[in-house]
Ligand binder design. Structure first.
Ligand code: CUA
Length: 342
């Protein structure tokens, strides 16, 4: 944490793929608690501080008494110290067992209550689907038809939100530090998180399970907005239409950002998980079975909708399908964008 803050922000930025503007800093100072932006975070911070003070008191008490006894019962300069005839003290032993036990029970009950609250989403919570894949988060809002964002979670203040999460490839871990929440995202099953945001702002979102080469670029943003602005802000964020004066290529660039394509595809010729878009269009490639294919509109379209249909030799089947996420116009713009990367 401290270390990451010491690295110049510019250096951290450069390492991120261009389609991902990265994640806001965890906190302003390495000494302060992380910003707390949910009811859960505030409750856990109170518990944490209570625990911290308790440990502090116990530490000072024990080390203090030890130091005092070391001084008081040190070996005298001359003669021999007499060994105490006492073998035990029932009352004292009871007290030093009972007091810690009392505090342990408080900690257990308090922690258990908070854990149960966190484990049971309220029935009126708003649903959002989260899908982890190498190496981005797809966040879908069933309330807005066809809305699927990459690495951007929009949250209203004061309304409970439930995330139903899964993965299409390996285990990822969805982490919202400002909400003090983290849960594994596992292929083949759903895991659930819920929270109620309390403070508007921009907060980090990240993957905390090493999931491959670009694990560290699996970061995003949580936009907490006022409840009355939420619908408008979300609708605007979800909209993905070509502007009146926008070229197909420019629109395609926005589609690339929305899809998180740049975590695997560069435009400068560097080959990452997938081929670079540079000079891709019109090339002839060899597939794993030895047959050849020309990278044309049809091949690109098929590769977006059914990425595993024809994989060029040397690449592995890692790309998630974008069927249902991009419509025909968006795919056409994406093709125009790829064509333009000469
Ligand atoms: Cu996904 Cu690390």
């Amino acid at each position: 944490m401290l270390f990451s803050l010491l690295i110049a922000p510019a250096a951290a930025e450069a390492a991120l793929p261009p389609s991902n503007p990265g994640t806001p800093p965890m906190s302003d100072s390495p000494w302060s608690l992380l910003p707390a932006a949910s009811a859960n975070a505030e409750a856990l911070d109170t518990l944490y501080i209570f625990f911290w003070i308790l440990c502090g008191i116990a530490f000072v008490g024990m080390i203090g008494v030890q130091a005092y006894f070391m001084w008081k019962y040190k070996k005298p300069a001359e003669g021999h110290a007499k060994t105490s005839p006492l073998t035990h003290n029932g009352k004292l032993e009871f007290i030093w067992s009972a007091i810690p036990t009392f505090f342990f029970v408080i900690l257990f009950a308090w922690g258990e209550i908070e854990f149960m609250k966190q484990a049971t989403p309220p029935p009126d919570a708003m649903d959002v689907r989260v899908t982890g894949q190498k190496w981005s988060w797809t966040i879908e809002y069933p309330e807005v038809k066809g809305c699927s964002l990459t690495n951007d979670l929009y949250v209203p203040v004061g309304k409970p939100m439930r995330l139903t999460m899964t993965s299409v490839d390996v285990i990822h871990s969805f982490y919202l530090p400002a909400f003090r929440l983290k849960k594994d995202v596992v292929p083949g099953r759903y895991t659930v998180l819920w929270f109620e945001a309390t403070k508007p702002g921009l907060y980090p979102l990240m993957c905390t399970e090493y999931c491959g080469d670009e694990h560290s670029s699996m970061v995003g943003r949580v936009h907490v907005v006022a409840a009355e602005e939420y619908d408008a802000v979300l609708a605007k964020a979800c909209e993905l239409k070509q502007g009146d004066t926008e070229s197909a290529e420019d629109f395609g660039a926005r589609v690339v950002v929305r899809g998180g394509c740049a975590s695997c595809h560069t435009t400068d010729g560097t080959v990452k998980t997938g081929p670079s878009f540079k000079g891709l269009f019109g090339r002839t490639e060899t597939l794993a079975d030895g047959s050849t294919v020309t990278i044309d509109e049809n091949y690109i379209r098929e590769s977006i909708l059914e990425p595993n249909a024809k994989i060029v030799s040397g690449f592995s089947p890692q790309m998630p399908s974008f069927a249902g996420r991009f419509d025909d116009k968006q795919i056409a713009a994406l093709i125009a964008y790829i064509k333009a990367q000469k």
